[in-house]
Write a protein that binds this ligand. Structure first.
Ligand code: ADP
Length: 438
């Protein structure tokens, strides 16, 4: 009989034997149930014992793994902190001023050089942009920053403050994804370029003086050859006339070259200060340039189609310079609009304004620009091989002048071209009331 049952029977009947016979089968059944319970109880106890051991073991493993991960995170954090410190040090001691802005234009970092340039004392970062705009108050920097906030990269190449000349670059920091809105901040780089600029200016000065000196003899040669050609100095035979005509043509080329070199030295001196801008109607200047080149187009069998696509065409610029830009681009479109059949070559000129930008498109169906020479086309004196073949007259300075002027007006110029099929130049200028001009 199960021990517990036995104790209870003895307490009740005195001994096991005193239990009445008719109850014995019942007692046997109860005794078995007690024993069965004990078995299950033992089994459970053993199972619990095993799982608690396993749990302790697993816990220990987990703790060890956790410690290892913590150790690794700590080491990596330390490494990253070191890297960051190194980068901070480099940025702090760079010879270029660096200001980092978040996507809402709050300044999150400024290095020592930038602090010195904008004379930032103990003021906090909220004052950085005000001090920057104040330091260069003659220039529309606020507008350039606004353009940068929209994703443009804006380079302002000659920003003067007192004796010093700076180059300022506004750059959007794009995240790696191709998402257009994906900017994680903006950078303003300020580089002191006083020494390079002064050297460049003294070189320009030399070119300016030399070009100026060349003008008088060139004008004399022009006058004399003209007199010979128009017969004022007596008749010439055909051979003499041809020699004088070639001399006259070469002299004309030299005059163009000298004038363009003088123009470049003048443009380089014109800083992009708000003081130099005047409000002008760009469409009127473009139309004038087209009219001025009407006869040249006819002579070259070119048909110009002008389209005004509407919008606000008021911009800040220098009238003579903008006229020069349009003349260069349209003259090129006419000059290089040579097609195989020698039939009439079409040149399309259009102007429209959208989103604070005036866009002028000048396209021709001419010789195009060879793919491998596209990068060099805005360089000084560069003429593409196919252009030299079809048109010997040319200096390679026109597009350089165009880009220099357009950059100074806060605009941009680019082109698309296919050799043998034609070229389109796209010129963009900010409208007068756009943020870029504020
Ligand atoms: P130029 O016309 O005096 O050679 P530019 O500076 O105006 O000098 O142009 C530089 C070069 O760019 C040209 O020599 C020519 O190779 C190329 N170019 C410019 N405009 C065109 C055009 N519309 N079509 C084809 N090539 C062009």
């Amino acid at each position: 009989v199960h021990k517990t049952l036995e104790r209870q029977i003895i307490r009740f009947y005195g001994s096991l034997d005193s239990v009445p016979d008719n109850l014995k089968p019942l007692l046997e059944l109860i005794s078995k149930t007690y024993t069965g319970n004990d078995g299950e109880y033992n089994l459970m106890e053993r199972a619990l014992d095993i799982s608690s051991k396993e749990l302790t073991e697993a816990n220990k493993l987990l703790r060890e793994e956790n410690e290892e991960i913590e150790q690794r995170v700590q080491e990596r954090t330390e490494e990253l902190t070191q890297e960051r410190r190194k980068l901070d040090k480099i940025a702090q001691h760079m010879n270029t001023g660096a200001i980092l802005l978040d996507e809402e234009a709050n300044v999150t970092f400024i290095n020592n050089k930038a602090k010195r340039i904008i004379d930032l004392g103990k003021e906090n970062n909220n004052k950085v942009l005000d001090k920057l705009f104040d330091k260069f108050k003659k220039f529309p920097l606020r507008g350039y920053l606004e353009r940068c906030m929209k994703g443009d990269t804006v380079e302002v190449s000659e920003v003067e403050a007192g004796y010093y000349i700076y180059e300022i670059l506004f750059q959007s920091l794009r995240s790696d994804t191709d998402d257009k809105e994906g900017y994680f901040g903006h950078m303003i780089w300020i580089r002191n370029i006083t020494d390079e600029k002064l050297l460049e200016r003294s070189k320009s000065e030399l070119v300016a003086v030399a070009s100026h000196q060349l003008r008088t003899p060139l004008t004399v040669t022009k006058g004399n050859t003209e007199m010979l050609l128009d017969g004022s100095l007596g008749d010439l035979n055909d051979e003499q006339r041809e020699v004088i005509r070639q001399t006259y043509e070469s002299n004309e080329q030299l005059i163009i070259l000298v004038n363009q070199m003088l123009d470049i030295t003048k443009i380089e001196k014109e800083t992009i200060s708000k003081d130099n801008f005047v409000k002008i109607a760009v469409d009127k200047i473009l139309k004038n340039s087209v009219d001025d080149l009407d006869a040249f187009a006819d002579k070259n069998n070119v048909n110009i189609k002008y389209s005004d696509l509407g919008g606000d065409f008021e911009a800040f610029a220098n009238v003579a310079r903008l006229h020069q830009v349009f003349q260069n681009l349209i003259e090129n479109a006419i000059k290089y609009c040579k097609n195989e059949t020698n039939g009439v070559c079409p040149v399309g000129i259009s102007i429209r304004s959208e989103n604070d930008q005036i866009e002028i498109k000048i396209s021709d169906a001419g010789i195009g620009i060879p793919q491998q020479e596209k990068d060099k086309i805005f360089e000084r004196f560069y003429r593409a091989s196919n252009a030299v073949r079809v048109e010997s007259a040319g200096t390679g300075l026109g597009l350089y002048i165009v880009k220099s002027v357009v950059d100074r007006l806060g605009g941009s110029v680019r082109f698309e071209s296919k050799e043998g099929q034609g070229t389109t130049f796209f010129l963009r200028l900010p409208v007068a009331n756009s943020p870029a001009i504020k």
